[in-house]
Write a new protein. Structure first.
Length: 111
């Protein structure tokens, strides 16, 4: 099982280039099949960390999705968290996350 690694990125790199999205872009640019790249960034990572409700679209799993219109260029069409659409075409649709959204993301958003 392969998973993407992000520990090599400094905060400045993450701000400038992105985080998991940068790893995804780099892997595809190096010739890794996009389906395998997305498997590494989703289900493989969730399995490694024991995140039983993450990593796949299936009954009983959280409805957190990034919808793409192009796998190789990773063009994000929309983003869904806990089954609620929060972004479309690079534009946020909500002012701030509600408590259900924060709970679904493990309360990782901070003031």
């Amino acid at each position: 099982m392969l998973a993407g690694e992000t520990d090599d990125a400094s905060p400045d790199d993450v701000l400038a280039k992105g985080h998991i999205n940068n790893v995804v872009h780099r892997a595809i640019a190096c010739g890794v099949d996009p389906i395998e790249v997305f498997r590494m960034a989703t289900i493989n990572t969730a399995l490694h960390f024991g995140l039983k409700n993450k990593g796949a679209i299936a009954p009983g799993r959280d409805a957190d999705l990034v919808v793409l219109d192009d796998l190789e260029n990773v063009n994000v069409k929309s983003v869904w968290v806990a089954g609620k659409q929060i972004a479309e075409h690079g534009r946020m649709l909500t002012d701030e996350p509600d408590s259900h959204t924060l709970a679904a993301t493990g309360n990782t958003c901070r003031d």
